[in-house]
Design a protein around this ligand. Structure first.
Ligand SMILES: [Zn+2]
Length: 418
């Protein structure tokens, strides 16, 4: 369009901004926003809400807030974008504050506003507040709860471990609960170890996906009910349900590097595993405890831990730390949900001394971590020294030259899977 010298208008930008939001593509988002300013596009409420939404989804909540603060805010959708953005970032208190400001500025909330508020409460474990807003919505604003509101409430209660109450809410819903709601309950049964209710949830899911079987099997495994876990696995096999394998990918210098669990196909596998070993050692010293009961089968605890250590997102993060320069923001994408173990591990990685000022965020399935300082070089050096000691050799005097050597073993051998 630009090369054909056709001038984009506000509608064009609204679509492009929405596309950037869906992708979570920050660089594109900034470019599009810059172009909007350059072309002096008039920013109406549709564009304001699209921009707030785009920056929130691209991990830039501060920029989203700036846009919101300077926007014309007479239309509810601008408020909804801000509240949903804050909910996405787990900033429930801030979302509640924005909600109260709506009243001051005489803007009435609609049903979308309440989805945002309930989601925010759910992510932060604000059970009482969530209940209060659920009632307020009906009482004061005469908004009848829809499937999404019930979904948010079930999520809120289930996450907080109030499984029976969550189940009671599902039963009293005036509409048919959808698969998302049952999966929410099933997933919480895994976290809070309730196989009985997990079984109830699974019978209500019409078309069981591999993830559902895996969840149920994991519930049994976590309670050491190996026979039941095995039965679920057998059913899966008999029905020909294939387990989705977890994949993570990370974009570095325009090239996508993809990893699967315990993957050894990457040309720099050796360096990746060395650094990963050090990272795991380091995180243990900072209090990381792996969660072996997350692993499916009746195998020894050591083996299970080994299994967890090589999940695809751990490999992807390690590689990104190894390759990125100080201060780079790393975004890891994943096809499945990140497991609890990887989630808590990554949080601790971001706190390791020489990776100070790291931020960690999970945005729309993407996990962002900011690496900084001399993280990678220190880690690789440490990995090398560690290895030498294990082999009974004295560490090299000039380890930095060895580091360069390891670093440059393969400059071009990356996987380009685009
Ligand atoms: Zn994991």
């Amino acid at each position: 369009m630009l090369t054909k010298t056709i001038e984009p208008d506000g509608f064009t930008f609204a679509s492009v901004v929405t596309a950037c939001a869906r992708l979570g593509a920050l660089n594109h988002a900034k470019w599009v926003h810059g172009l909007m300013i350059e072309k002096r596009i008039e920013v109406n409420y549709i564009l304001s809400s699209a921009l707030v939404d785009m920056y929130s989804r691209c991990g830039r909540i501060e920029t989203a807030k700036e846009i919101f603060n300077t926007a014309q805010r007479t239309h509810v959708s601008v408020w909804n974008a801000m509240i949903n953005g804050l909910a996405l970032h787990g900033l429930a208190l801030h979302a509640i504050l924005v909600f109260s400001t709506m009243k001051v500025e005489n803007v009435s909330p609609d049903s979308v506003t309440f989805i945002g508020i309930l989601t925010a409460c759910s992510h932060c474990g604000f059970v009482e507040e969530g209940r209060m807003y659920f009632n307020l919505m009906q009482r004061e604003y005469s908004i009848q709860p829809q499937l999404e509101h019930y979904g948010a409430m079930v999520d809120l209660l289930a996450r907080a471990g109030l499984l029976e109450e969550a189940y009671a809410m599902i039963k009293e819903m005036p509409m048919e609960p959808d698969v998302v709601i049952w999966r929410t309950l099933l997933s919480a049964c895994r976290t809070h170890k309730n196989p009985e209710l997990g079984e109830v949830a699974i019978t209500r899911i019409k078309h069981l996906g591999s993830g559902d079987y895996v969840l149920l099997s994991n519930i049994y495994s976590s309670m050491k009910k190996w026979d039941s876990a095995e039965t679920v696995r057998y059913t899966m096999k008999k029905k020909g349900v294939r387990k989705w394998s977890g994949k993570s990918w990370v974009e570095l210098s325009g090239v996508i590097h993809q990893f699967r669990a315990a993957d050894r196909y990457h040309p720099e596998t050796e360096a990746i595993y060395k650094v990963l070993e050090v990272l795991i050692h380091r995180t243990r010293m900072q209090g990381y405890l792996s969660m072996p009961d997350l692993v499916f089968m009746d195998i020894s605890e050591e083996e299970k831990e080994e299994n967890l250590n090589y999940h695809s997102e751990k490999l992807a993060l390690t590689y990104a730390i190894l390759k990125s320069s100080p201060g780079t923001e790393i975004q890891i994408s994943k096809n499945l949900r990140t497991c609890l173990d990887c989630h808590s591990w990554m949080k601790i990685v971001s706190q390791i001394d020489y990776m100070t000022n790291c931020g960690i965020r999970v945005i729309g399935g993407k996990l962002a971590i900011v690496s900084s300082k001399e993280g990678a070089s220190n880690l690789l050096l440490e990995a090398y020294v560690h290895n030498q000691q294990e082999m009974g050799e004295a560490p090299l005097k000039d380890s930095s030259s060895r580091f360069k050597e390891i670093q440059s073993t393969d400059e071009n051998g990356s996987f380009d899977r685009r």
